[in-house]
Design a protein around this ligand. Sequence first.
Ligand code: GLY
Length: 363
Amino acid sequence: MSRITVNLPQNSYNIAIAPGNLSQLGTQMQKLNLGNKVLVVSNPEIFDYYGDICVKSLEQAGFEVFSHLIPAGESYKHLGSIQQIYDTALTHRIERSSTLVALGGGVIGDMTGFASATWLRGVNFVQVPTSLLAMVDASVGGKTGVNHPQGKNLIGAFYQPKLVLIDPNVLKTLPVREFRAGMAEVIKYGIIWDKDLFEQLTAADDLSHLETITPELLETIITRSCQAKADVVSQDEKESGLRAILNYGHTIGHAVESLTNYEQLVHGEAVAIGMVAAGKIALSMGLWKTEEARLQDNLITKTGLPTVIPPQVSIEDILETIKSDKKVKAGKVRFILPTQIGKVFISDRVTPEIITQAMISDR
Ligand code: GLY
């Protein structure tokens, strides 16, 4: 059992990580004084697996529990789904002292968080992430929101949960592709923040399947990743500086994701490609050692993640897409570049020529 605190000026909270934790949801929430009514938001598949155990645990702890299900998938991450959560909240008279629980992956967490931030100007919110990506990234740090037809996550709010409850056992039902996608973010923490985590990952024989990872390593992976995210968010909750390092691999990653219409690659796969690309850029600028870049790329390959930009995506299109990225500041593209394993910095000196030069080996 690990407990990590996300220390914030206001509204600090804990991330509780332990196998079997789902059955402790009720007692953990009881300690936090989170009202009497709980609305669990989930998708049908996840609720089929884990709804009963959560609802039972909450009821045993004395909560009155309701549920709201949204079909799975990014295509439902829009304001219409939020309106439906509000309708259910209204039907069950969810009050300001009540709690919305997100039981699911990143899409459910982002939407439930946004509904929590806005219903009655803010109700309690608890994250129970069920994908590796949601455990190590989306559920921690308070970014909530939905997509606009013109772009991903354009509508949202920073709204911190009262608790993040993680049960690694639920990963047993996660499809392998989603597991690997979550591992991309784990590798990211190794590069940007936690050399020791990187070394532990490097020492493992095979990271491509949950079954090849020992329970001890799995707990390390989740705990150290959450700790890295908590450290960064504690220092820069609203992304005015440091938090941008969490976007390592995301500049080219997002471009590739968008240029393949969000159909060919899942987010973590695009981030993996983006990390390899950022490594090449750092190398070509003389900022990073070849040996460390090789270690990064080997780790990504060992996890079964892609490393090269799909052939149909041109370098010119990547450059165009990067220019319109929401992370562009005052017209300058900002890249997160590694200098050592465990250390990155934010650079606005990456020119289109440098990107082209670094990418040419993928062609
Ligand atoms: N996923 C990046 C962040 O939370 O800032």
